[in-house]
Design a protein around this ligand. Structure first.
Ligand SMILES: [Ca+2]
Ligand SMILES: [Ca+2]
Length: 396
């Protein structure tokens, strides 16, 4: 740790210290009387998706520069080429949005509330590297991860007085998962998340890595603003959180997962997640350590692939951990588009958007975010190796 960044590090790690899911869950029980945190099977810890780049860069000790090399494994081979950018019609409907089962769920998923969603079209799979390349070649777009970090912008996402990181920490880069040999506890994500200079969608693990042979993998290291630009170019938009969850449920009522109720670890692999013990041991029992080619696992009832796992999917809405409490349980909310602003108690300076579906890093001993009701915050300008998106279109 570099001494002059101690203050910033304390800020960055405040999120870790404040992640007390069991306390949080207990508080929710008292409040609602309905949420029993039944985690006897696993030690479910609150898995935050990792901080935005502001908090990480303010803690310069978490930065890996190019000469540091890269970690991880080579790209998986492609499963074959895809046909175009296929969408499917998601029918209109009304459902109970939020968690119906208290196992694994966090207070932010409660209370369930009735939501009506109009029909819309949705991409059947996450946006792939090939699709994103087409966008970049057509427009010359440069993702946020490929641009130098603007300190004047970054400082707005940090507590006043946070010292400027060294210039080399502000080179283009993105957040990469680096498997630790051991962890002290699961609350401190800095043990496995590193800011890697030179990591971007074409270099998922940093300099020296590539997406050769990964055309059918989901694009990663794209931030909310990048996803917006792609969607605009494609004549589409990002889904609302309510649309995303309705679609993920695939026509099933009160299911925990897009495939139904069968426990994720039972039967044949149903999605790309972290098999083993997160974050120190991955058995790759589902065939993949990092991302899988899209459509590697069976679709849900609406024909949507990888709504659970593979990569997180960025939604349009602001993230508000208390948002569901604002709904009248007796009313049906019509096409809700999220709160008017971000509300995330673990970081009040860096506004967050919603991400859904979990990723290849999710596991039941950590976040279990392949559940249809799971919701996480993501910083708007931070790319990550496990985060991508898919688009929707109005059905008119
Ligand atoms: Ca996996
Ligand atoms: Ca996904």
């Amino acid at each position: 740790m570099k001494g002059k960044f101690v203050f910033a590090l304390l800020v960055a790690c405040a999120a870790c210290r404040e992640s007390k899911p069991h306390d949080e869950a207990a508080g929710n029980e008292e409040m609602s009387g309905m949420h029993q945190h039944a985690d006897s099977m696993t030690d479910h810890t609150n898995c935050e998706k990792a901080g935005g780049r502001a908090a990480v860069l303010a803690n310069a000790s978490g930065v890996i520069l190019p000469e540091g090399g890269t970690a991880g494994k080579p790209a998986d081979a492609d499963a074959g080429s895809l046909q175009g950018d296929e969408m499917v019609l998601i029918p209109a409907g009304t459902y109970d949005m939020g968690a119906s089962d208290s196992r694994w769920a966090l207070p932010r998923e409660f209370p369930p509330h009735k939501v009506h969603v109009d029909a819309f079209y949705m991409d059947v799979h996450e946006v792939t590297n090939a699709q994103f390349r087409e966008f970049v070649e057509a427009t010359g777009y440069i993702t946020i991860a490929e641009r130098p970090v603007d300190w004047e912008e970054l400082r707005k996402q940090l507590p006043p007085g946070t010292p400027k990181p060294p210039d080399e920490s502000l080179l283009p880069g993105s957040m990469v998962f680096v498997q630790p040999a051991a962890v002290q506890n699961l609350l401190d994500y800095s043990q496995w998340w590193q800011w890697v200079t030179g990591a971007d969608w074409k270099h998922p693990l940093g300099p020296g890595s590539s997406i050769a042979g990964k055309d059918n993998h989901p694009v990663v290291h794209v931030a909310y603003y990048d996803a917006l630009e792609y969607a605009k170019w494609a004549g589409k938009r990002l889904p609302t959180e309510a649309e995303w969850e309705w679609a993920a449920r695939g026509g099933l009522k009160d299911a925990i997962y897009p495939w139904g109720a069968e426990y994720v670890e039972d039967g044949t692999p149903k999605c790309n997640y972290w098999t083993g013990t997160f974050p120190t041991s991955n058995s790759e029992a589902d065939g993949y350590y990092y991302s899988a080619p899209v459509k590697s696992f069976p679709p849900n009832g609406y024909g949507l692939y990888d709504m659970a796992g593979n990569v997180w999917e960025i939604c349009m809405d602001w993230f508000d951990e208390s948002y569901y409490q604002s709904f009248d349980p007796k009313q049906v909310a019509n096409n809700p588009k999220g709160p008017s602003k971000s509300n995330y108690s673990q970081d009040q300076f860096d506004p967050r958007r919603v991400v859904r579906g979990g990723s290849f890093l999710c596991n039941d001993n950590y976040c279990s975010s392949y559940r249809v009701s799971a919701r996480m915050p993501t910083s708007q300008d931070t790319g990550m190796i496990h985060t991508g998106f898919r688009c929707v279109k109005d059905a008119r």
